[in-house]
Design a protein around this ligand. Sequence first.
Ligand SMILES: C[S@@+](CC[C@H](N)C(=O)[O-])C[C@H]1O[C@@H](n2cnc3c(N)ncnc32)[C@H](O)[C@@H]1O
Length: 252
Amino acid sequence: VTVYLVGAGPGDPELLTRKAARLLSEADVVIFDRLVSSEIVQEARADAVKINVGKHPHDGSASTDQSTINSMLVHYGRTGATVVRLKGGDPFLLGRGGEEVDALVEAQVPYEVVPGLSSSLAVPALAGIPVTHRGLAAHVTIASGHEVDGNVDWVALGALEGTAVLLMAVANRAEIARRMILGGRGSSTPVAVIESGSTAREHRVVTTLDSLGTIEVHAPAVIVIGDVAARIVDPEVVLFKELAQSWGEGPS
Ligand SMILES: C[S@@+](CC[C@H](N)C(=O)[O-])C[C@H]1O[C@@H](n2cnc3c(N)ncnc32)[C@H](O)[C@@H]1O
């Protein structure tokens, strides 16, 4: 194997898998995304080649485009060096890992995928939110909110009763909430917003679906929509009173 597609988890270096930490300490070349924390990149060998291909969510100019990243992986992979392609969370969840694998397969460069803790599950968990919970939610949908008129039918999602976990949804949160309410989701459904989960900048807010568009939110954030969101532990900001009262009886 020459190229390892490695999940770096949500940010805290302690949430790296043992395999990710070992490969990072051995790699000759590390190619990493913007959301991989600097503490994690620092775990690479001092003499390793480190390349930041960080993607900026709304400004393509600040990032390396995907086809260039694919070519870089093929290029370094062919040198026989040990290459770690380090991606935030899990490499195969909303991270274009599949496209990178396709490029490596096409170029016949040996690769291996090393799963990571996805922010979609780990960030809510760190904030005390089980994305499924007996009696509250029997299923969870993870969706990208990057496009409001893309492949996700937000009205249909609003008709489901389980938990919705949205990534890359900060900019479109008001319109997504509006469409989910149109689909039948209650406007007072609890919503947890967790910014920069597992890092020193983590910020937890809890609100309702109809208020989601009105509150201040900074990317990167995981947005959890559904009754389980009310189980959030230690939110810094509470944007509705009924929920504040229910914490007194909550599990935290
Ligand atoms: C391109 S997606 C990649 C997701 C990644 N593959 C994963 O499994 O977590 C990037 C989005 O993940 C979410 N995200 C990643 N790390 C996060 C963190 N530490 N705290 C909050 N959200 C995070 C944000 O919604 C961000 O916009």
